[in-house]
Ligand binder design. Structure first.
Ligand code: 0GY
Length: 290
């Protein structure tokens, strides 16, 4: 089955920015390989195979120590590729799974033993079919006793409708990619202010400041228009932000980012050593390795 989008960058640049010791790439994926870990029949796209060996090699090349591997929709609720990668990471990877309401306690315990520490709810309409809120609320109740958190992925225009659900969740909540703001709008305009208010009023909600390549309209290699949004979150909520490469960048059709250049973007959104240490080491270690 051919992939629906571009292959990941074959030879990223060596980053100039050196991440602090112990840095965590807190949003990345493993895909397949499809003949070992088949893609979900209900998937909305077919990815390029992106096996664990390539992810771990990229981690080392970019100067990172650990990964948080996030289950993507192309694998549905089948977390076997994710669990396999975690088990082969020598404890250097944790995971965020996607689970169904009827998952057994034994299966949850097995995922926890492999290194899973969260579950992901995806609200991006091009990626998933609709799941009723009460099903998601039940899943959140099931995973809360394990100390897991919920990762949510949505687009900014849907935040008003999702607000009550997010703020009722009983766990920590981590928002993917800053809630996908429209970066053509002002960083202090009503849309992004609503997102900032979500974090300000709810200390259990964190944000990933990742994916300039998905959000930018000005484009590579600098993604200048995304910088003010990410930097605002890093400076306002320094102890509740995470960053990840998003390798292998599913569904990127306009261009495929150079992962080395993405690492060089980091000091622009986290300009001091203290902010870099929090973003790349202390925050992910607290959430995933405590
Ligand atoms: C990402 C973003 C995307 C895909 C998924 O689960 C997924 O399939 O999250 C996207 O297409 O924007 O974070 O990987």
């Amino acid at each position: 089955m051919d992939p629906d989008y571009l292959p990941f960058h074959p030879n990223p640049a060596q980053p100039r920015f050196v991440p602090p010791a112990g840095a965590v790439d807190a949003h990345c994926h493993v895909f397949g390989p499809g003949d070992t870990f088949p893609y979900a029949p209900e998937r909305k796209y077919t990815p390029c195979d992106a096996p664990k060996e390539k992810l771990f090699a990229l981690r080392d090349y970019l100067g990172f120590a650990r990964n948080v591997i996030v289950q993507a929709t192309c694998h549905g609720n089948d977390n076997r590729a994710l669990a396999d990668a975690l088990r082969h990471s020598n404890g250097m990877a944790r995971g965020v799974a996607s689970v169904a309401r009827d998952i057994s306690d034994a299966e949850l315990r097995e995922l926890h033993a492999a290194g899973v520490r969260g579950t992901r709810f995806n609200f991006v309409k091009r990626l998933v079919d609709f799941t009723p809120r009460e099903v998601l609320a039940d899943i959140a109740q099931r995973i809360a006793p394990l100390g897991w958190h919920v990762v949510v992925y949505f687009e900014a225009q849907d935040l008003p409708e999702l607000w009550d659900f997010f703020t009722s969740l009983p766990t920590m909540v981590v928002v993917d990619h800053m809630g996908r703001p429209d970066v053509g709008k002002p960083v202090d305009g009503p849309e992004f202010e609503l997102f900032v208010r979500l974090l300000r009023e709810h200390p259990n909600i964190w944000s990933k400041v990742s994916c300039p390549e998905r959000l930018s309209k000005s484009g590579p290699p600098n993604y200048d228009d995304v910088v003010p949004f990410a930097r605002r979150l890093v400076e306002t909520f320094p102890d509740r932000v995470l960053w990840g490469t998003d390798w292998p960048h599913p569904n990127m059709k306009s261009h495929m980012p150079d992962d080395g250049k993405l690492v060089d973007y980091l000091p622009r959104i986290a300009p001091t050593a203290a902010l870099q240490q929090a973003l790349l080491v202390d925050n992910p270690m607290r959430l995933y390795w405590a």
